[in-house]
Design a protein. Sequence first.
Length: 175
Amino acid sequence: EHPYSEMGWFHLGLAYVAIELYEKGLQAFDYALAINEKSSLVHLAKANAYTMMEKYSEAISVLVEMLSFSEGKEVLFAMIGSNYFKMKNYEIAAIYFKKAAYADPSFVDSWVQIANCYLELDDRNSALEYLDRGLEKNPKSQDMLIEAAKSYMKLGEEDLVVEMFENLLKYGYDD
């Protein structure tokens, strides 16, 4: 009844994706984008659908397109990095996670993901360096402390794992 309803096409796309009819979802998202080509919400949903389909290059293309008109670039950089990580292209993933971290130093996940990229590349020193930087920028962040503890565990740094949990207790995080 309302063929020019961006939200109608968007929600139809979400419904299709929810029942794993990804191609139909992508078509619905394309109709929504024909109505409003700068809809961040629709672009994100489209990128997410491609990621769910394991079409990481296509997801990256949608996210890169968004960089020209969207706010919150650190989230887009991190999402691009995540898709490169899934493609096992850890060098490029690290570049995008670094862009996210420098766009917003309090964006904890980006620091941890940089370290994870270096862990996959067997570069222990760089992994430790970026965990340290993340902790320096976010010394009281519960998420940073927990994620750092997990990464230190992977690195076999038991003393640092204990230190992270002591900091969690010191800052009053006991969940």
